[in-house]
Design a protein around this ligand. Structure first.
Ligand code: DI6
Ligand code: FE
Length: 396
């Protein structure tokens, strides 16, 4: 007899997201010490101290939002109005708005204020079953304020029952004090900021774009990150094709994100390196983009595809991962299976956390979303409707 579980959820339909047994009808999930100790047919489930009858509901892994900028000061509603009146994102950025306007608001905010303003956004994600969220810095753009953002991000995980992965995005924009001297700013990041914030960051990211950083600058940053043992990821090919995805793949990146302008060479490089394509349909929608990422080419090459909100004040003020997957299906033509895998298994892979979360398998964290649905397609199909019945993080 196996030792009893702390708790078993039974009479459930289970989308395990495992390749071999994707769905278990009449299934059960058991937890012991916060980890899954059973996922299989209800009839064979071990005894448990507490048994919860799911009455036929679906259980999926807890959702994972693998690309967010949840922590930031202020908002950009006024810029949104300027864009409605015809200004472009790049025009606004070049005129001192854009990322730099959020930088000012973020520098002015205390760490406590950053935590307080991010919590409602986090709560909205969690209300839809999110159990792991990635949070980037990138609106501080100096040592003091990047560290403040990363500390605020880590504190979100103390304030709520959710796992937080932090990413250092110092190379998000060139701060005004380095105007015209991107190289000097990258030197500062490499020599001072990155070594100091490394203990607060789980990965390093950059914005490789005409209005951001060149591939050569990102390459220097990535070398420094890897010397410190930090994995890398990249905002690549969002507005133009600078071959950032290839660069990221060459550095063994966990993911390359956005990818609207990705070409076949970039796809092949990502496939070889096992770099996840993180697609961000909220930004595509909000920016009224017309060029969708090359989903067919990614599929053909076997590149894993994840989906995320990109929650940020400028290009994707989106706090619904369910709406993100609806957009992934409608705007990018992903299948229901791809959408669900994109916010569970592949999102875990994009964070380097697949050994701990993302599928329902013995030994992984017992992070569950329990849904009032008849079939998984409902999670993707509805817009602005939340069928979450219960959310379990580490077994409770
Ligand atoms: N790409 C994005 O979509 C966000 N950052 C990035 O590099 C936009 C961030 C912002 O406009 O505040
Ligand atoms: Fe982003």
């Amino acid at each position: 007899m196996p030792p009893p579980c702390d708790r078993v959820w039974t009479h459930a339909r289970i989308a395990t997201l495992r390749g071999d047994v994707p769905v278990i009808e009449g299934g059960a999930v058991g937890v012991r010490g916060g980890l899954i100790c059973y996922a299989g047919p209800a009839g064979d489930a071990p005894d448990a101290v507490e048994v919860i009858d799911c009455a036929g509901r679906w259980i999926t892994p807890g959702l994972i939002d693998c690309h967010t900028h949840l922590v930031h000061g202020g908002d950009r509603a006024a810029e949104f109005e300027m864009r409605l009146a015809g200004a472009s994102y790049e025009e606004i950025a070049r005129a001192g708005g854009g990322i730099v306007s959020t930088m000012r608001a973020t520098r002015e905010a205390s760490e406590d204020a950053l935590v307080a303003s991010a919590l409602p956004r986090l709560d909205a994600l969690m209300a839809e079953g999110v159990t792991t969220v990635e949070v980037k810095s990138g609106y501080g753009l100096d040592l003091e304020n990047e560290a403040k953002m990363l500390r605020a991000a880590r504190r979100l995980g103390e304030a709520r029952p959710v796992s937080v992965a932090t990413t250092f995005l110092g190379a998000h924009a060139i701060p005004p004090e380095f105007a015209g001297d991107a190289e000097g700013y990258v030197d500062l990041l490499i020599e001072r900021v990155l070594p100091a914030v490394a203990p607060l960051a789980d990965a390093v990211d950059g914005f490789c774009e005409g209005i951001g950083f060149s591939p050569a600058q990102i390459g220097r940053l990535f070398e420094a990150a890897r010397r410190l043992g930090l994995p890398v990821k990249l905002h690549a090919e969002q507005l133009s094709n600078l071959h950032g995805a290839e660069l990221a793949a060459r550095h063994g990146a966990l993911s390359a994100d956005h990818l609207e302008h990705l070409d076949e060479v970039g796809v092949a490089a990502m496939a070889r390196a096992g770099t996840v394509a993180v697609l961000l349909p909220g930004a595509f929608y909000f920016m009224r983009d017309s060029k969708a990422p090359p989903v067919d080419a990614l599929r053909r090459a076997g590149v894993p595809v994840a989906l995320a909100t990109d929650c940020n004040p400028g290009t994707s003020p989106l706090t619904s991962l369910l709406l993100a997957i609806n957009m992934g299906a409608t705007l990018f033509r992903l299948t229901v299976e791809e959408c669900l895998a994109g916010v569970t298994r592949e999102a875990a892979r994009a964070l380097g956390l697949l050994d701990r979360v993302g599928t329902l398998e013995v030994g992984k964290s017992c992070d569950l979303a329990i849904w009032d649905i008849e079939r998984p397609a409902e999670l993707v199909y509805r817009m602005g409707y939340n069928p979450l019945h219960a959310r379990i993080w580490r077994g409770r």
